[in-house]
Design a protein. Sequence first.
Length: 234
Amino acid sequence: MKSRAADHPNPVDLPQLRNRVRVFRNRASAGKVLAGMLEEFRDSDAMVMGIPAGGIAVAVEIARELHLPLDIAVVSKITLPWNSEAGYGAVAFDGTVMLNEELLSRLNLSRQEIQTGIQKTEQKVARRVTMFRGDLALPDFKRPILLVDDGLASGFTLRVAIKALRQSGATHIILAVPTAHSESVRRILEEVEAIYCPNLRSGLSFAVADAYEQWSDLDEQDVVRLLRASKDQQ
């Protein structure tokens, strides 16, 4: 199908939610808000692809509300040896590796430390693909893909996911995130066909969690549980 997103401003947001915090109760309620914005895709040939872990909780609701199939785009950041929350690159489900060269130029990491980080992340991604998808074949990437995460901060991990999807044959990617920094959205606009984000925010300080009243990190078992529950409801 041809998306009508081109008829709207890009990104598509909700003006009443701009630069506000605590606008969603949780990830599930954020997914319902996004589903309302994505109504044109209801019962279409589009597919929802969530990025684990947090993006799956949002994607499940979008797929359920719009009666669309759900799949998973495994991508994981390559974390710093001394900080598991910060990353200097990412690895995607198809083996795509991207390094944040600008950040690496400011870090005192040896070539061996970088390679070790990449290898550990490749192993993590391979394990998660097996855990979340089992022996299922990869889906048809020629259909419209609604790529979903629970927020867009720097956007680096999402850019790796987009690159992997393009290399897998995706020609029409619609990015759907509940909250995002406006500058990061601007940088990623040309890499997708459209961006839907109800809560656009600007400013020097940005945290994805600030958009939610209830926030907690999800682990791998949470993702498995969400995927299983979604499958049972199909």
